[in-house]
Ligand binder design. Structure first.
Ligand SMILES: [Zn+2]
Length: 163
C-alpha cells in the first residue's frame, strides 16, 4: 500500500474519530509465514475517544475469519480473530510506566503524531495468531492424497513385485 494510513493519536482520540481498514496480507511486513494463511483480507477498525476519567484512548478491533493451514496435516481450518483492545494514550514515558504499573490489564501507548496504523494492526495480529497453526488435537485430517497413491509408489509394493 503506497498510501499508508497515519494518525496523530491524541488528535484522533480527542476528535473521536473512527477509521476502518481493509488490509491485505501483503501490507504487513513482519508476518513472514503468510503461507499458513489462505485468505487475504484483514478487517480492522480504530476508534478514538476520551474516557470518563479524562484519559484519551484509541481502541483497535480486528474481526476476521482466517483460513489457516495446519502444519501437522496440511489441512485447512478456520480461525476467527475477534479482538478488541483499548490503549490509553500517555504524553510521557513516565506516565506510561505509571499506568502500566497501576493496572496491568491496561494497554498503554505513547502519544505519537505519526502512528502507522498498519504497523499498529500488525502488532495485534501477531499476538492473535497462533505461533504454529494446528488443528485441535484429534481434528487433523488424514493425508488422503498420500494414502491413495501409496499402492503405486510405496517402496514396499515394489519389493513385493520383484520378489
Ligand atoms: Zn491438522
Amino acid at each position: 500500500m503506497s498510501n499508508r494510513p497515519i494518525i496523530d493519536t491524541l488528535g484522533f482520540a480527542q476528535k473521536m474519530r473512527s477509521q476502518d481498514l481493509r488490509l491485505k496480507l501483503t501490507d504487513f511486513t513482519r508476518l513472514t509465514d503468510v503461507s499458513a494463511i489462505v485468505n487475504d483480507l484483514i478487517q480492522a477498525n480504530i476508534t478514538g475517544g476520551i474516557q470518563q476519567d479524562g484519559k484519551s484512548f484509541i481502541e483497535l478491533k480486528i474481526l476476521s475469519g482466517l483460513t489457516l493451514t495446519c502444519q501437522r496435516c496440511i489441512g485447512l481450518f478456520d480461525f476467527q480473530i475477534n479482538s478488541r483492545s483499548r490503549f490509553i494514550i500517555t504524553a510521557t514515558k513516565d506516565e506510561l510506566l505509571e499506568i502500566s504499573q497501576e493496572e496491568q490489564d491496561i494497554n498503554t501507548i505513547l502519544a505519537e503524531t505519526e502512528l502507522d496504523l498498519i504497523d499498529f494492526v500488525e502488532d495485534e495480529l501477531l499476538l492473535a495468531l497462533p505461533m504454529v497453526p494446528l488443528h485441535e488435537e484429534g481434528d487433523c485430517e488424514r493425508p488422503q492424497l498420500l494414502d491413495e497413491r501409496s499402492d503405486s509408489i510405496s517402496p514396499f509394493s515394489r519389493l513385493k513385485q520383484s520378489s
